[in-house]
Design a binder for this molecule. Structure first.
Ligand code: GLA
Length: 720
């Protein structure tokens, strides 16, 4: 811990000197690398444009830059006072000296063995020995460049000398492979040091073995290590080169399950409230886990709403506005349980964030009715419906190539009977979602709803659609921001569809997808949207998921609430692939715990993006922890905000309806961080003796230190 904090502090102090321009001469003479050569007659070129653009004649061939730079001795601090020359890419090959000492070469010149080979996009990072540097005085970086064809020389700018850190040029990665992990150490410059492999039990955190290996990696090379690992183990790898102060670290573990299995007795796991408009169909499935078969009963149902006691599905409708307190009871061979619930018949729907499935992150454009049905059936059979997942949303690629002669939208051959699909879902208390665009075409190149909004809304009503994802995409052709970029112009297409959706005799959850343009969170609720995407598309990488979850969402908590939610995009756990080629999510198990914890804290739409019929036990554990999901579905609907951001550890919290606080302590560092829980909670003014660990569903003492893995989380509930 101390080490990682210290490193962060040192990184923050990193210093550099920028170089904007240099003297330049066409031609070739090795004497030009000497420090004292007089270049005062050479013209000056900037380094952010190639030399062709700066009036150099006969632009192909060899030319020399001489960059003059004062290197302050403040850059000398540290274990090894070497200097990094960070030159960016050079078009095409180069050879570089500092004060007459050769520091590196990239690509080759026509006279070299093997002839010319250019590397015009490769960034140059060379390490210069401290003793070659004229500290606090003039230094000359001489760069001999061969240009094999336009353009030539430096062209990207951002040239600098800096105190080197290992992470500037070396990279450590860890990926899953058959039976274990693959660790790769790569480096742009030569490095020698030690790799330390530490294996620990994934649940207790107890270290079981530590191995240290000496390694050397040549410039622009890599070394690979295979690490077989048994289940339930964590492997942490660090790399140190004694010449640098920072340490590289990566961690990975085999999937590990924290959620305790559900009891065999009935347990209610669903939302505590459901909103339906007067007269609209009620479609609601009672979400009880426990041994099946089960018998269901509901007390307090208003007139017009009926229960299927075998399936636990509410249907019918209620004409009279009001809050109807209901008591759900489920009984099986092992026992009986009741839960209090409120049916709110009124103007507002989407009172808790939608939970369900969407076809995009798994199937992409290859979605079909069969695939939707397979996931829908599994939602019930594998028990995810017992946790409140109910929307089955078909994303892009259900549309036929052409509309019917009367202009009606029709489904393509992959969806032989939308109405039958909708009916089956409704009979089972599940819901049907569809996708379209206000433009002529969708992102995937299928028909959009432009000029057919009313007709499409009517067709969807006939099919029994309960959710519309309305994706901007093709509308950018209609929209001319140079003429009108007012907020009203961004709202227009969404208001248009809203009007027709509202005319339908059913509730259609309205999900805007326009990636956050024009601060959609500020006006989404005014166009009657129930959620709005706040970002571009998510993918299954730490950069993508954490960028969306920790940064994009940061300021948006005031805009979420019952009926209208920020949507940071669909889940990337389980098998994803955006096509027929599915793979396991590339997020590490800890990153997946972070993903679900963040989406729970942030009251985000919980739309599963993997085929439900292929869900493994680990993914089920992520998606079906009733205490974690209860945070997402909390009826106050308050999205979490960030309270602390220190040394890569962030604390987020949200208030819950029962007066308690849900708190996530996230470790964004590349190494595990031990956290003294009392101290961490003290930072947000909390002093409990014990707290509830939501993933483990256990009360834990705060007077203890817990290790939070790299990119991992402790998700807690703190009673007050
Ligand atoms: C956009 C959306 C995605 C998905 C695709 C479909 O990229 O952001 O979520 O709906 O379109 O083409």
């Amino acid at each position: 811990m101390m080490l990682s904090l210290m490193l962060v502090a040192l990184w923050a102090q990193a210093q550099e000197v920028k170089i904007e321009s240099g003297r330049f001469q066409k031609g070739d003479n090795l004497a030009w690398n000497a420090k004292d050569f007089d270049d005062s007659a050479w013209p000056v070129l900037t380094l952010d444009k190639d030399w062709n653009q700066q009036g150099v004649e006969n632009a192909n061939g060899i030319g020399w830059y001489r960059l003059h730079v004062v290197i302050p001795s403040s850059l000398k601090k540290g274990v090894v006072p070497d200097i990094m020359l960070d030159l960016g890419p050079i078009d095409d090959s180069d050879q570089t000296w500092i004060n007459g000492h050769l520091v590196g070469k990239t690509g080759s010149f026509p006279g070299d063995k093997g002839g010319f080979a250019g590397e015009w996009t490769t960034p140059r990072r060379y390490i210069a020995d401290a003793q070659w540097v004229n500290w606090d005085g003039d230094n000359v970086i001489a760069v001999r460049v061969y240009n094999g064809g336009d353009p030539g020389g430096f062209y990207k700018g951002n040239v600098k000398v800096a105190k080197p850190e290992l992470r500037d040029f070396a990279h450590l990665s860890i990926t899953k492979e058959e039976g274990g992990f693959k660790v790769v150490l790569s480096s742009e410059v030569k490095t020698s040091g030690t790799l330390q492999f530490t294996t620990a039990d994934v649940l207790s955190g107890e270290v079981e073995s530590t191995t240290v290996k000496k390694v050397s990696v040549a410039a622009r090379k890599e070394k690979e290590f295979s690490c077989p690992l048994a289940p339930q183990k964590r492997l942490a790898v660090t790399y140190r080169d004694p010449r640098y102060e920072d340490v590289l670290g990566v961690e990975m573990c085999t999937p590990y399950i924290l959620t305790p299995p559900a009891p065999a007795t009935p347990r209610y796991n669903g939302p505590l409230v459901f909103g339906v408009r007067p007269g609209s169909p009620v479609i609601f499935r009672l979400a009880f886990s426990g041994e099946k078969p089960m018998k269901y009963a509901v007390e307090g149902l208003p007139e017009g709403v009926v229960l299927d006691p075998d399936k636990g599905v509410l249907s019918g409708s209620c004409a009279v506005e009001g809050d109807y307190p209901l008591v759900f009871t489920a009984t099986n061979a092992k026992g009986s349980t009741s839960a209090c619930f409120t049916l709110k018949v009124g103007p507002q729907i989407g009172l808790t964030p939608p939970m369900g499935w969407n076809s995009w992150n798994c199937w992409g454009l290859s979605v079909s009715q069969e695939k939707v049905m397979a996931s829908a059936a599994a939602l019930i059979n594998r028990g995810l419906a017992d946790y409140g997942y109910c929307y089955m949303n078909i994303d892009d690629a259900w549309e036929a190539e052409e509309r019917a002669p009367d202009g009606r939208i029709v489904a393509n051959e992959k969806f032989p009977d939308m109405k039958a699909l909708g009916d089956w879902l409704h009979e089972n208390g599940l819901k049907l979602g569809i996708y379209s665009s206000p433009g002529d075409y969708t992102c995937g190149g299928h028909l959009g709803s432009l000029d057919h909004e009313q007709q499409d809304a009517e067709t969807w009503n006939e099919w029994g659609v309960d959710y519309l994802k309305y994706d901007w995409c093709g509308y950018s052709k209609v929209f001319n921001p140079s003429k009108d970029h007012s907020t009203a112009a961004y709202m227009r297409p969404y208001m248009k569809m809203q009007q027709y959706l509202r005319e339908q005799p059913r509730d259609i959850f309205y999900s805007l997808c326009q990636y956050g343009m024009a601060d959609v969170w500020e006006w989404g609720a005014f166009v009657d949207a129930n959620s709005w995407r706040t970002t571009g598309d998510i993918t299954d990488s730490w950069e993508s998921m954490s960028g969306i979850g920790f940064s994009n969402q940061l300021e948006l908590y005031p805009y979420a609430g019952p009926g209208h939610w920020n949507d940071p995009d669909m889940l990337v756990v389980g098998k994803v692939g955006w096509s027929n080629n599915l793979r396991d999510s590339r997020l590490t198990p800890d990153e997946q715990y972070t993903h679900i914890s963040l989406w729970a804290l942030q009251a985000a739409n919980l739309l599963i993006g993997c085929p439900i019929d292929q869900i493994d036990d680990f993914t089920f554990n992520l998606l079906c922890n009733n205490e974690v999901n209860a945070v997402n579905q909390d009826i106050l609907g308050q999205q979490a905000h960030r309270d602390v951001d220190e040394d890569g550890v962030q604390i987020w919290s949200r208030e819950l309806a029962d007066g308690s606080l849900a708190v996530g302590i996230f470790n964004l560092n590349d190494v595990a961080v031990p956290t003294y829980l009392k101290g961490a909670l003290g930072k947000i003014g909390l002093e409990p003796e014990t707290v509830r660990d939501l993933w483990r569903q256990q009360d834990i003492p705060t007077e203890a230190t817990y290790i939070i893995p790299s990119h991992g989380v402790r998700l807690l509930k703190v009673s007050r």
